[in-house]
Ligand binder design. Structure first.
Ligand SMILES: Cc1cc2nc3c(=O)[nH]c(=O)nc-3n(C[C@H](O)[C@H](O)[C@H](O)COP(=O)(O)OP(=O)(O)OC[C@H]3O[C@@H](n4cnc5c(N)ncnc54)[C@H](O)[C@@H]3O)c2cc1C
Length: 342
């Protein structure tokens, strides 16, 4: 049997640069996966190591409340490749460690449509299916083709089709039945050569008009970038993980009752019920711009909780619990965190 080398292990390693909240926590052991040839050695180590393991992408959907007493593996494998095409579609594979927006640039730059509305979402390609990233009326699942993963338990490679991923709103099989069981190695997308552009959501059409441009893959992407930059805090300036909560979905009866009381309440009917805007509910409870020490609610977007510098993860979680309680009391609606709390 080949004796695969164990990847370089770093001990008591600071994760401050590796989580967009900027929390000052440490990993007991840290390693980096830059090449798939190191996988056998990594898996062998994981299987003999008796402790928790966390795969890390861009750290933009994680909230550390304490040091991670286990092994953190930063997935840093690179590469974007067109693997197949026909008259209508092009199939493009991104390695797990590729930056998501670099992948979007690759597609937009070649005029392949499908992911332009997902421009500028932080994080990596390998994490993008985990919560089925979405923005401006589009979700990852709309362009997803398949992904390659490896089982941590058996070391077997497995392909997951669209159906097998069981994608839902900010959800997938990897947050449920298969949580923590697979390392995603690469994701293949099916992009369109003649895409139908989605400009119906939010302010994309208005932004295009202000830009004086007609819709194209490139202009929609730039419009989305402009809107996002004007609305969302940049983690390089203020620590945050984007939307802290999911938008809650309520049944029709509950919605009708709330609408009677709050006629201006934004709502989006869907197959699973009526989706409400968590940010609006939080704002109505008076939290927008609230600050307590270095933990706070962003002043322009109430859905985003922030670390102004030296807050701890626990302080932000405490604040989130009080927000959940006040939304529950006022609207009888339960907010759930979108962020992974560790
Ligand atoms: C400013 C800002 C704006 C955002 N806007 C949006 C938005 O519009 N829409 C949206 O959907 N999200 C948004 N997010 C959330 C975030 O960008 C996404 O959830 C993103 O997919 C997380 O990617 P990441 O690489 O940073 O994952 P991480 O935070 O590093 O990890 C997230 C989870 O995935 C797991 N994981 C990571 N890589 C792998 C792998 N290769 N195999 C198996 N498991 C893995 C981790 O263990 C963890 O459980 C935003 C975040 C920020 C900071």
């Amino acid at each position: 049997m080949t004796n695969h080398p164990v990847p370089e292990l770093l001990y008591n390693y600071s994760l401050k640069p590796y989580n967009t909240f900027g929390f000052d926590v440490r990993a007991a052991i840290f390693t980096r996966l830059t090449d798939e040839s190191a996988l056998p050695g990594l898996l062998r180590f994981i299987n003999t190591y008796n402790g928790p393991v966390l795969f890390l992408g861009g750290g933009s959907n994680l909230l550390f409340t304490r040091d991670f007493e286990g092994l953190v593996v930063q997935v840093a494998t690179k590469g974007i490749e067109i693997i197949e095409e026909d008259d209508e579609f092009v199939y493009i594979r991104g390695m797990a460690g590729e930056n998501w927006d670099d992948f979007v640039r690759f597609c937009v730059g070649r005029n392949y449509g499908g992911v332009e509305n997902l421009s500028l979402i932080p994080g990596n390609v390998g994490s993008s299916p985990i919560q089925n990233i979405g923005a401006y009326g589009v979700e990852l699942k709309d362009s997803f083709y398949m992904l390659d993963a490896i089982s941590l338990r058996t070391g077997e490679f497995r392909e997951f089709t669209l159906d097998e991923c069981n994608f839902g709103y900010r959800n997938s099989v990897f947050k449920n039945e298969l949580k923590g069981q697979y390392l995603i190695l690469s994701v293949t997308f099916r992009l369109k050569k003649n895409p139908a552009l989605n400009t119906s959501y939010g302010s994309i059409a208005a932004e295009l008009e202000a830009m004086g441009e007609s819709p194209s893959v490139d202009s929609v992407s730039r419009a989305v970038c402009n809107i996002r930059r004007s609305k969302l805090p940049d983690p390089a300036e203020i620590g945050n993980a984007g939307s802290f909560f999911k938008n809650p979905v309520v049944d029709e009866a509950h919605y009708e009752k709330l609408k009677g009381e709050y006629p201006s309440m934004p709502a989006y009917p869907g197959s699973e019920g009526v989706k409400l805007a968590a940010g609006w509910l939080i704002e109505q409870c008076g939290w927008k711009g609230y600050r307590e020490g270095d933990a706070g609610v962003h002043s322009r977007q109430a859905l985003v909780l922030v670390n102004y510098g030296n807050a701890s993860g626990s302080q932000v979680v405490d604040l989130s619990k009080r927000i959940i309680a006040s939304v529950q009391e006022k609207f009888k609606v339960t907010l759930e965190p979108e962020v992974n709390i560790l």
